[in-house]
Write a protein that binds this ligand. Structure first.
Ligand code: FE2
Length: 407
């Protein structure tokens, strides 16, 4: 049953279904309210009253349905703690660069037949641990640093840092974060035993060559066995397994793959997709995220990929996107619950002719078909389409102009 109440009377746990502004559809409509920030958002849009689900039992049930993995997420109140300053950013960039030099020495030793010691790599990740603990989102963004001259090196660092940020978001303790960070750093260590001619081959590998490459998780795990904790060797041994069982070397399925290896797989693929290689330019971050979202449930664990997108920002506010209807839209507000379905401003018709822009919540779906009305096909380069996303967002941030526009 619907019940009309004032915005001021909203409380956490209530489910808002619609409001007095017919044109406004927000991502949290139909979901249990988590905190009172929602009231501020609604008031900013000029909303004075809302319609809520009046049956408390249904409200509770919806709340559970919408966040079945709630225990995996860090408390949303923690989000405020992740905000950073310019000083934080430059500090993290500085330690990233000095740490790269240490990792470079470790890898060179290995290539020359030397051994790898737990204490050395432990020291490397410890420099990042505290920052990953305090500000996983910021640290994850620093992992966008790319070094084309030594891809293997910066890739190892990035996977380590992304692993720790993701582990933190999953609520893991600092010791587990450290082991997962070490696992990320060493995930491809077995490649030192694969001939360079195969690793650096620009074209497609032959079946025989690919079979040789597929040995690197086993080689790596053997190098660390009995000298490194189990979680580290699991990251290395299983980081190419896929949720649907088509990975290697053991064709394990989602439930059989250790959590730390699933995390490593997400970090590994993201960094590989966004890195420039000798033979191709890397994808933009939103494009890589989009590709990975389409592999959720196939290559990656569904929950993990959502969490990762949350860290990396999904389709960040201001991204120009193409909808499956042919329309162009600008992302207005990210959707942390389901990053594929943000709140957007639709700016053109299906023929990409400019229209009077309107807000649309992509999490809205047809109750009969259970399918969303519109979905994002791909992020676009706004310069090519001559769109100024900031201007579009500004237009809808000012509630007065919205009142005039839609009354
Ligand atoms: Fe690998």
């Amino acid at each position: 049953m619907l019940k009309k109440i004032s915005v001021d009377d909203l409380k956490p746990g209530m489910v808002v279904l619609k409001c007095d502004k017919e044109w406004l559809r927000l991502a949290f409509f139909g979901r249990s309210i988590e905190n009172l920030d929602i009231i501020k958002i609604l008031k900013n849009y000029g909303v004075t009253y809302v319609y809520i689900e009046s049956d408390n039992e249904i409200a509770e049930e919806n709340s559970l349905k919408n966040d079945p993995e709630g225990d995996l997420f860090v408390n949303s109140n923690d989000t405020k703690k992740y905000s950073a300053t310019i000083e934080n950013v430059s500090y993290i960039q500085r330690i990233y660069k000095t740490t790269l030099e240490i990792v470079s020495d470790i890898m060179n030793d290995l290539r020359n037949g030397g051994e790898i010691f737990y204490e050395d790599v432990s020291m490397v990740v410890e420099q990042f641990l505290e920052e990953c603990f305090k500000r996983p989102n910021l640290v994850a963004s620093v992992a966008r640093i790319k070094n084309i001259e030594d891809y293997e090196l910066s890739h190892a660092m990035n996977v380590s840092v992304l692993n720790m940020a993701l582990a933190r978001r999953m609520g893991m303790d600092i010791e587990e974060m450290k082991l997962i960070g070490i696992g990320g750093l060493l995930h491809d260590i077995g490649k030192v035993k694969i001939p360079k001619t195969i690793l650096d081959k620009p074209g497609k590998l032959t079946e025989e060559e690919f079979n040789i490459v597929k040995m690197h998780p086993k080689y790596g795990a053997d190098m660390l066995k009995n000298r490194f904790p189990k979680m580290v060797t699991e990251c290395v041994l299983f980081h190419h397994e896929k949720a649907n069982g088509t990975g290697y070397p053991f064709n394990l399925k989602d439930m059989q793959i250790p959590k730390c290896a699933k995390i490593t797989s997400v970090s590994d693929v993201y960094d590989a997709l966004t890195s420039d290689k000798v033979y191709r330019d890397g994808s933009s971050a939103p494009k890589a995220i989009s590709e990975m979202l389409h592999s959720a449930g196939l290559q990656f664990n569904n929950i993990l990929i959502k969490l990762f997108v949350e860290i990396m920002g999904g389709y960040p506010s201001g991204t120009l996107v193409l909808l499956d209807t042919g329309e162009l839209a600008v992302v207005f507000k990210e959707n942390n619950k389901d990053p594929k379905f943000p709140l957007v401003v639709v700016i053109t018709d299906k023929n990409q002719k400019n229209i009077n822009p309107y807000l649309f919540d992509l999490s809205e779906y047809n109750l009969l078909t259970k399918k969303p009305y519109k979905t994002i096909l791909a992020p676009l380069d706004n310069k090519k389409y001559n769109v100024d996303p900031n201007r579009v967002i500004d237009m809808f941030t000012n509630s007065t102009s919205m009142e005039e526009r839609y009354g």
